[in-house]
Design a binder for this molecule. Structure first.
Ligand code: UGA
Ligand code: MN
Length: 253
């Protein structure tokens, strides 16, 4: 199958570094198609040029988050859901550009996580909806489904953070076969739901707990980490900018 990885992304100082890290892992993955969705009213030159030189097969779209759902400058990031508009735009693109003759698996690849190339062998195995462990999330070293090693059946989850979620796993912890996305035509992410429930929102529309396929060696291997990049301190740059100067005049960082 082709792995369709959906990545929402937005302009900030670390954006090019994040996309560079991701793209260089993705180059190691056979049959990979990157769907990059910018949270912006227009496609930016930075992302446009970045993708053109990436060496990857890709689709570049943009879908701005409506202003009433956008995080304020000083809001903690759990206040509003992130990536909703962008992932939905990608799902719409998939539904209007792919059909039953395409063999694929959809995976949601946020731009700040860390992916092992070995993850994608698991993603490629997804028949309907597959799940696997995610490192460094939910306050744990690993948040994971509890699986029967022989059958891959999921018997429970180890989540401690909001364990009452219908599917207590992170966005990076599951893949959905393209045929399922095409069958469940209306399945999308949503804004007005409890924080931390985005994963459950999409999953409950496409599957049930007992249908899940536990992958990554019976959910015992960690191939993806929910890392988060610290915002860089740019205080000296800010002082320069106030004097009408900048360290990166004509240089894309
Ligand atoms: C956790 C999950 O890992 C996310 O998949 C989920 O969307 C999020 O919670 C949520 O509940 O909304 P977290 O690390 O807090 O993730 O989220 P971010 O990594 O900050 O954002 C997820 C994706 O949305 C990233 O690819 C990011 O680049 C993108 N994003 C973020 C935007 O496109 N626009 C923004 O304004 C902020
Ligand atoms: Mn993140």
């Amino acid at each position: 199958p082709v792995i369709y990885a959906i990545t929402p992304t937005f302009t900030r100082p670390v954006q090019k570094a994040e996309l560079t890290r991701l793209s260089q892992t993705f180059l190691l993955v056979p049959n990979f198609h990157w769907i990059v969705v910018e949270d912006s009213p227009k496609k930016t030159p930075l992302v446009t040029n970045f993708l053109a030189q990436s060496g990857l097969r890709y689709t570049h779209i943009n879908a701005p988050t409506p202003s009433n759902y956008k995080l304020g400058k000083h809001d903690p990031n759990w206040k509003k859901p992130r990536g909703v508009e962008q992932r939905n735009a990608a799902l719409r693109w998939i539904r209007s550009n792919l059909n039953e003759s395409n063999n694929g698996v959809i995976f949601f690849a946020d731009d700040d996580n860390t992916y092992s190339r070995h993850l994608f062998k698991e993603v490629a195995k997804v028949k309907r909806v597959g799940v696997w462990p995610v490192g460094l999330v939910g306050g744990l070293m690993v948040e994971r489904p509890i699986c029967d090693k022989a059958t891959g059946k999921v018997t429970g989850f180890n989540a401690v953070w909001k364990p009452d979620r219908p599917f207590p796993i992170d966005m990076a912890g599951f893949g959905i076969n393209l045929q399922v996305i095409l069958e469940k035509k209306t399945a999308l992410f949503a804004y007005d739901i409890q924080s931390g429930f985005q994963e459950s929102e999409i999953l409950k529309q496409v599957t049930t707990r007992d249908e899940l396929e536990g992958l990554a060696d019976g959910c015992t291997k960690v191939y993806v980490w929910h890392t988060r990049t610290q915002a860089p301190v740019l205080n000296t740059e800010t002082i320069l900018n106030k004097k009408g100067k900048s360290s990166n005049d004509g240089i894309e960082v």
